[in-house]
Design a protein around this ligand. Sequence first.
Ligand code: MEV
Length: 326
Amino acid sequence: MSAASLTAEAPGKAILFGEHAVVYGHTAIVLALPLTTRVTVFGRTENDGPTYNGSREKFEANPYLREARRRHPDAFSGRTGVTVTSSIPPGSGLGSSAAFVTALTAVIGEGSVAAEGASLHAESFLTERGAQGVGSPVDTAAATAGGVLGVGEAAEGDRLWSVPAVGGHGPWIVARLPDPGWTWVVAYTGVPKDTGRTVTLVGERLQRSDGRALLESIGEVSRRGQRALCASDRPAVARAMEENQRLLLELGVGHPRSQELLDAVKGHALAAKITGAGAGGSVLALPAEGRELDVARAFARAGGVPFIVRPATQGVQRLATADPSR
Ligand code: MEV
């Protein structure tokens, strides 16, 4: 990496329908969030090993940076400095690692094959998956493209690109969906989740005799939810969210803290569900119209960290050169 400093920023995400099932090719519907991660890569004067937020140890301890370096050794040297600032709580299930790898890939891929759209997404996905060992391209799709998306082997909508198959699943189509313009409330339980471990445990759960049927049911709810979203049919979206939540509990990704948050918004929200991997992490609510603040307050009273959000239209973007001395 030269002495020049490059910065990119990418959004987090909340999954509306189909988490976990998307790993097996079913369609997930995802909203990009107006919470972002910003990554700057710059050349340091010292040549004593790459740093992450000023620390060589932190660089070596970060599985995403290690995987990015393994995939692109030329992009990293002993002088490379990486700094990250983020408004996405880490481990929250709101796409912090996908935003990180996607912004990082946009920086180190500038002028190369991973520069744009499909290739940037594929490279970001493979870096995230390489570091986690499992997973689908849904989070990195939101980080790359922004907006409201369907991601799955048979995703419907305005097709953007497809991501090559890996691990016996895919290729996944990434399709843009219309945003009905609603306001959502997400809340972090404060319990960090481990996506890789949760996806692995779900994989074991799916070995049982009803596993395939469970996946099919989630896929069917996701398709129904997508149709409802595209028709701006709030009650039907809410019904699909509740059904998806029930199926997520059957998958075994519930948690006492997420249940407390979900219970707290009954009466204020039309529906609420776990979003992302679960087993902690975050929840997503569709408030009754005009009740966004009530939902956010109820989440906060129950100990959650709420965010009132509209989907972010902007995916990853490269920014003007930042101060390399940060
Ligand atoms: C995590 O945000 C979503 C999961 O479906 C895992 C994945 O798709 O990689 C649980």
